[in-house]
Design a protein around this ligand. Structure first.
Ligand SMILES: NC(=O)c1ccc[n+]([C@@H]2O[C@H](COP(=O)([O-])OP(=O)(O)OC[C@H]3O[C@@H](n4cnc5c(N)ncnc54)[C@H](O)[C@@H]3O)[C@@H](O)[C@H]2O)c1
Ligand SMILES: O=C(O)[C@]1(O)C[C@@H](O)[C@@H](O)[C@H](O)C1
Length: 290
């Protein structure tokens, strides 16, 4: 037996997340710190609940002694209505993926953007951030674009197949970061945008096992470009391989996947995890086909 001050009980609320690597990443790191820490997936698909039930689940979890939650698709915006406090960055971004239960209150944070930012700083130190092109303006893309602007990107071109979505995202980001240039563009403008860019980030699903291929023509990449992918199944995407072959510095999608877990673990426990150890564990899990 243990009380709430002696142990951690954490959940991940979202659709289709039973196979997520985030629970084992947290649990293994907690073991290294000698913590009693259990992290369970709360899969909405398996229990037949809609995303709108996230508030009820949080309240039930609090009553059952949960310490914290990660929340994911389709709950990252829906959860906002149920929180007592939200960090400045999560409020600006309009998305929460980490909820702490503190004195019965729910405190929201976003470690998707901070996780990508930390991965970028550690994985591509000194990368020039003046001008970046990003493909994809969906859920992951919103967090990554926010992280890029926070990291100092001066000119960001967002490209997506959905013109309304990318226009809305670019306008929202331009308002959040006055003085920066945030432009929305279509795929036909990729070559032009990349000709003056320092870096390229893929946040579209292209490259996943279920969606194989290259998100852009590899001919558009030059050795001066740094290239980041957020796709991590597989970790070595066709983009990562093609960019490496061109001599580009690359950041694979595992950095963001591990980064969000590192930052959430730190928020939940107040203990700085060993990020390199968590990445080794993540790569081990992926290597096992998890
Ligand atoms: N590394 C991580 O931690 C992490 C976290 C979340 C998501 N992801 C990965 O990011 C990818 C995107 O996830 P999401 O949740 O943002 O999905 P999403 O559906 O919310 O957004 C994807 C966006 O990409 C756009 N898109 C699709 N194909 C495109 C193309 N060929 N060219 C331009 N735009 C295109 C879509 O229109 C959409 O706006 C997935 O592969 C997911 O696995 C990684
Ligand atoms: O690893 C996952 O399954 C996650 O759901 C990925 C991403 O959505 C994060 O924000 C969550 O904290 C964890």
């Amino acid at each position: 037996m243990s009380t709430v001050s002696e142990s951690y009980l954490v959940g991940l609320i979202g659709e289709g997340i039973t196979a997520s690597l985030t629970p084992p990443m947290h649990e293994r790191e907690a073991d290294h710190h000698g913590l009693r820490y259990l992290y369970r997936p709360v899969d909405l698909t398996e229990i037949g609940l809609p995303g709108e039930s996230v508030g009820d689940l949080l309240r039930q979890g609090r009553n059952l002694g949960f310490s914290a939650f990660n929340v994911t698709h389709p709950c990252k915006q829906l959860v906002l209505d149920h929180l007592d406090e939200v960090s400045d960055d999560a409020a600006r971004l309009g998305a929460v993926n980490t909820v702490l239960v503190r004195d019965g209150k729910f405190i929201g944070h976003n470690t998707d953007f901070s996780g990508f930012g930390t991965g970028l700083a550690h994985g591509l130190p000194g990368a020039t951030l003046d001008n970046v092109v990003q493909l994809g303006a969906g859920g992951a893309g919103s967090a990554v674009a926010y992280a890029l602007l926070k990291a100092g990107v001066q000119s960001l071109t967002l490209i997506d197949l959905d013109p309304a979505r990318v226009a809305a995202r670019a306008a929202a980001l331009a308002e959040l970061f006055p003085g920066r240039e945030v432009a929305a563009a279509g795929r036909d403008e990729l070559a032009d945008a990349l000709s003056t860019a320092d870096g390229f980030v893929n946040t579209s699903p292209v490259g996943m096992h279920s969606h194989p291929g290259l998100p852009i023509d590899a001919e558009l990449l030059q050795p001066r470009h740094w290239v980041a992918d957020v796709v991590y199944r597989p970790v070595e995407t066709e983009l990562v391989r093609a960019a490496s072959a061109k001599g580009c510095r690359v950041l694979d999608g595992g950095h963001m996947a591990v980064g969000q877990a590192v930052d959430a673990f730190a928020l939940i426990t107040g203990i700085a995890p060993d990020a390199a150890r968590m990445r080794r564990h993540f790569l081990e899990l992926i290597g096992q086909g998890r």
